[in-house]
Design a protein around this ligand. Structure first.
Ligand code: GLN
Length: 407
């Protein structure tokens, strides 16, 4: 009740949710009854979880922030959602996002712009801005987002909460609407690292419905926090931390660099050995990402043709029906990605762009691997600045893309 009250009071200012469940209290009461009957409860019993609207939920609309899926309710739950429910978690609702996850502010949602709870004249980040704002404003306890190239980490940073992009394959993508399949991961938001760890533990693991999900065993991610004695003088003794030099260069706000350097000092006090490390291929990440992500998305979004998937705009002739459905269904940022991606994949340009970006991706992987041979953990800011003002970047897509340099 207290969370729902808070949600009702804050939501008109924040607009984090595209849909709020009407069965939250009924589900909570069921759990109360279970307690009275001395029945065993799952480890997430009563935990209120918000779900990004590009993750399928059987009883709630799932629009991916797009008009093309307006009014669509999937016939099944994403695996991550199913697991949360099986463990007793309660889905509060579906959160706002940039259409299909394409954007860094939630301004590319076809429905509404979400505000940053700390300053409602600013964006919460994106694309999982609704999920970040909802946790930050305590409209729910934890939430799920998706992170292809920063969409959990950057909004978490903008909203002052913990955001975790798990390793690719750790969490099943079954039921996550595809943006760039080779990068898409469902991730977690919480108000503490331990909470994000508990949620990650709940949703991790192999899934026969996602062939790319990992078969590695799932460790108890939060156990270490519970057992760690922070009162010990050097609880992190021996941990080697690399501070990525290129992420603290010119072009990064001084407030951001000083926050990261202060964090590094704390880590040293806790016993870590912190050194600077250079990733020479760092600046190649952004262009490679935008080629790969746009290419994959142009291919993934071809399914929304108004016939197999998505809302249909009726026309006399089949080609016009496809074209009108897509012209009306997709917003301008999505169209920009489709155009860029189709260009990069087309005959004659494929080698120069898509293939080249794949090669660059391998070079970047190698340079991270080398850095991780000598360090246990690498740290960097999540973004070069704090949250932008609403509209500040909206009409300058290149400036918006540039903000993704860290992720
Ligand atoms: N801002 C990035 C983009 O627009 C990240 C998106 C994401 O991780 N879903 O592509």
């Amino acid at each position: 009740e207290s969370f729902l009250t808070r949600l009702r009071l804050t939501e008109p200012h924040l607009r984090s949710f595209l849909h709020v469940s009407d069965s939250v209290l009924a589900q909570a009461r069921e759990l109360d009854e279970k307690i009275q009957r001395n029945e065993e409860l799952g480890p997430l019993a009563g935990v209120l979880v918000a779900i990004k609207d590009n993750i399928c939920t059987a009883e709630m609309p799932s629009t991916a922030g797009s008009r093309v899926l307006e009014g669509y309710t999937p016939p099944y739950d994403a695996t991550a959602v199913r697991k949360i429910k099986e463990l007793g978690g309660i889905v509060v609702g579906k959160t706002n996002l940039d259409e299909f996850g394409m954007g860094s502010t939630t301004e590319a949602s076809a429905y509404q712009v979400t505000a940053n709870p700390w300053d409602i004249s600013r964006v919460p980040g994106g694309s999982s801005g609704g999920s970040a704002a909802a946790v930050s404003a305590r409209q729910c306890m934890v939430s799920l987002g998706s992170d292809t190239g920063g969409s959990v980490r950057q909004p978490a940073s903008f909203c002052g909460v913990v955001g975790l992009k798990p390793t690719y394959g750790r969490v099943s993508r079954f039921g996550l609407m595809a943006y760039a399949s080779s990068l898409d991961v469902i991730g977690c938001f919480g108000t503490s690292v331990a909470d994000a760890g508990i949620l990650l533990h709940a949703i991790s693991g192999h899934d026969r419905l996602d062939a790319t999900s990992s078969k590695r065993e799932v460790p108890d991610f939060s156990a270490q926090f519970v057992s760690m004695n922070l009162l010990e003088s050097k609880p992190l003794k021996g941990l080697r931390i690399g501070l990525i030099r290129e992420t603290l260069d010119d072009g990064v706000d001084t407030g951001v660099t000083s926050a990261v350097r202060t964090a590094a000092l704390h880590l040293e006090e806790l016993g870590c050995c912190v050194t600077e490390v250079s990733l020479p291929s760092f600046s190649l990440g952004l262009p490679a990402y935008y080629i790969l992500a746009s290419s994959e998305s142009s291919s993934n979004l071809s399914r929304y043709d108004g016939v197999r998937y998505g809302n249909r705009v009726a026309a006399d002739e089949l080609n016009s029906q496809y074209m009108d459905s897509r012209a009306k269904g997709f917003g301008s940022e999505v169209k920009r990605r489709i155009l860029t991606g189709t260009y990069a994949l087309s005959a004659g340009y494929y080698d120069a762009y898509y293939k080249r970006a794949q090669q660059v991706r391998t070079v970047i992987q190698k340079s991270f691997k080398t850095a991780l041979d000598e360090h246990d953990i690498l740290i960097s800011p999540a973004a070069p600045s704090a949250a932008y003002k609403i509209v500040e970047k909206k009409n300058d897509p290149l400036a918006m893309y540039a903000g993704d340099i860290m992720t």
